[in-house]
Design a protein around this ligand. Structure first.
Ligand code: SF4
Length: 265
């Protein structure tokens, strides 16, 4: 009996092939059955904290270096202090624009200044702060939801051959069948991107004008950071009821809506 249990465990571990984002997973079931859904407000709270922490760190650094900077030029510490204060004011103004764009339903600035610009950096920095509070996956989920909401409001349209659907290797059979049926319905190509590097290669070779990508929150964060600045991407996160990197589920209705809207069917 013990041998059978061990054989079963060994089978699970070799078959699963964890993505490096999950290296530290201890094998226990994920919280809430691997569903990290969270309201946008959670991301906004962490994002505000992240901006404050970042500027507080800069101010502290300046305080510590002031005696040495004053030796270089007497006015240098004050000039840098004003620069940090101005940067903080700009960051707060931008954050208010982000909040108004999200809750007001209309993006107030071009995408390069919002979800495909500074937002991508803020998302990743907020994820680092959230890790300190063990809220990483929830904050990332909320951040990706906010990103998608802003990106959807741009109402982008592309030709069928110009859209690419990228899926991970960990989808359940049910989810995979659903994705293939949506792709078949709208006649768009699907690629399995087993790692970020491969996803980038497929994008380089196929040269799509938009991408619908599926991944867990952790993988999606790096994917959006690397690609979304250059190419419009919508990122669909998954539920992981059997732990990371295996039998993942996704919301096929959302994928159908996104693909239909992008190809204008
Ligand atoms: S997308 Fe799937 S295979 Fe890739 S790291 Fe996330 S759970 Fe693992």
């Amino acid at each position: 009996m013990a041998d059978a249990a061990r054989a079963h465990l060994i089978h699970i571990e070799t078959d699963r092939r964890l993505g490096h984002e999950w290296d530290e997973w201890d094998g226990r079931p994920l919280a809430n059955g691997g569903d990290f859904s969270a309201p946008p407000g959670l991301f906004f709270r962490y994002a505000a904290l992240t901006i404050c922490v970042a500027f507080a760190a800069l101010a502290t650094l300046l305080y510590l270096l002031t005696p040495r900077l004053a030796l270089v030029h007497a006015a240098l510490p004050a000039a840098l202090a004003w620069t940090i204060a101005a940067g903080f004011a700009v960051a707060i103004l931008w954050f208010v624009i982000l909040l108004l764009s999200f809750y007001g339903g209309v993006p107030l600035v071009p995408e390069g200044l919002l979800e495909r610009g500074p937002y991508l950096r803020l998302m990743n920095l907020s994820s680092l702060v959230a890790r300190a509070f063990r809220r990483r996956d929830w904050v990332e989920h909320a951040a990706i939801d906010v990103y998608n909401a802003l990106a959807e409001r741009r109402r982008r349209r592309v030709g069928k051959g110009e859209l690419l659907v990228l899926i991970p290797r960990c989808l359940s059979k049910q989810a995979l069948d659903g994705v293939l049926s949506i792709a078949g319905r709208y006649d768009v190509p699907v690629f399995v991107a087993t790692r970020g590097q491969l996803a980038r290669r497929v994008i380089r070779e196929r040269r799509p004008r938009a991408v619908v990508a599926v991944a867990c929150e952790r993988d999606m964060m790096t994917g959006l950071r690397d690609v979304a600045g250059r190419l419009p991407v919508l990122g669909l996160t998954m539920q992981l009821p059997n732990g990371p990197c295996r039998d993942a589920l996704l919301d096929l209705d959302v994928m159908d809506r996104w693909v239909r809207a992008l190809v204008g069917a």
